[in-house]
Design a protein around this ligand. Sequence first.
Ligand code: ATP
Length: 579
Amino acid sequence: MTEPANPPVAFKAILAYAKPHKGTLLLGGLLATGGSIVGLAQPLAATALVDRLSNDKPLAAILIGLTALVLIGATLSALGSFVLERTAESVVRAARTQLISRILRLKVSEVERTEPGDLMARVTSDTTLLRQVTTHSMVNAFTGSITVIGSVILMAFMDLVLLSVTAIAVVTVSLSFAFVMPKIRKATTAAQAAVGDMGSSLERVLGALRTVKASGAEEREERKLAKAADEAWHQGVRVAKWGAVAGTSAWLTVQISFLAVLGVGGARVASGATDVATLVGFLLFLFYLLYPLGQLVQAVKELQVGSAAISRIQAVEDMAAEPHKELTRMVPAPGSAAVAFRDVEFAYRPELAVHHGVSFAIPSGGMTAFVGPSGAGKSTVFSLIERFYEPTAGKVLLDGKDVRDWPLADLRAAIGYVEQDAPVLSGTLRENLTFAAPQATEDEIHDVLRRTRLEALIARLPDGLETVVGHRGSRLSGGERQRVAIARALLRKPRLLLLDEATSQLDAVNELALRDVIADVASTTTVLVVAHRLSTVTMADRIIVMEAGKVRAMGSHTDLISVDALYAELAATQFLTAA
Ligand code: ATP
């Protein structure tokens, strides 16, 4: 769980969010303060009214004045409130877009350490908690303080003795805050963490809904989700409890001081030390203090809530991201790419090395197949070429240049990548096909559809390319998903095509057709395939046999069959049976 940020850090972050909106904040604040100041004049007008009443003077002018004050105060407050709410929404929008931009550029390794559902909760739920703290509570803290100070000064002029009675109340409120506020901060952080857990659990369930149902795990998963919901409720109730304590203590102290002032003031009026009008005015001030004190309580409470959200948002900002500036794309170089690994060592986790000095050189053009037992590190080779991860030692070279020295956008623009599980995104077929090449023309789209044997599928669908494929392409078959993924990669016109077991789910006819496509692509593009079928492997120009994070042998099928025992064994069992 993310620890709550300490108040100065949180306050600094809150100021940073509010800074771009200082103009509107000032306007909203001025309008709200104007409303408060006009309100402040009301007790004075009322005092004058009582004074006139006791001296039998005409009241019409003062009544009209009072009404005008009420109307002006209400208008200013309403305008101030609107301007502040609008600014609050702008702050939330800015926080969200900043967070979204960050999340999309996070390193793959960083995202793997988190739960996507929790990241989603931070963008959707935590940011809303900034709404109040960056605007209303800042202005409330400001106007609340001004009003309290203004009232206290005016009250001091009216009666110092009565003011000292009131001061005791204000000090008591401040002391109770110091005790209550950290509790609100802690409970909010826990509540938001529970919301994050709920997001993670939901994402987990919806991501594998068929497996959940087939495993009869609905009730277990439901209990898990309900537990997170319970925790969020529990912490929310704690926030409400401590919020109520803070609010009531402020209200109660004003009430008690009202009674005390009534008692002490009554005695002073009786003894002639002060007059009735002053006492009434003072009491009205005291009542009037209720509102700004409430504002202060609310502001401090929201600061605690906001600081809890800020610590969770800040934690994402602190995660390692890919270089943003490098992402500007240059004109791609023509021709096919050459790939080389030089003594590459890599571990997903420090204690679990995957590559132990992988070295190979693949010239530009042609097809290279990677084979080897499961877990040998074949797919990892592709991840390192795409720079999803960086080697702990050694070099990955594309066209003789270290991939770390390539601008990331250029590197990835040169590569077409078909992942092992051929992901298809929710949306239409067209969106999926043009995902890596949004500028592709109709002719280019139809050309890849023909090459990947998707034409028949499109013709069959009533909506053709505009057919919606469902969440993760759930409305397509496994083989169709793979062909869509391959078509997507081809539309990018890559200089290097990485196919991770791309043919494993195809039927015999389509696999044969796809082999032709790959052979065709390999004549102009470097193609690397993590292959499991002998039929794919035998057409490769070279085969790299990997075992336990090392390159064990390299050569053609006929060479390897005779010189490499592992390859001969793989070819005789796994490949042949699958071919
Ligand atoms: P297969 O043929 O089964 O796909 P492979 O040779 O492609 O296997 P890799 O996917 O490269 O193997 O994985 C190599 C090792 O790294 C495996 O032991 C795997 O458990 C581990 N591994 C793979 N991806 C990750 C990851 N993202 N985080 C941590 N470990 C991983």
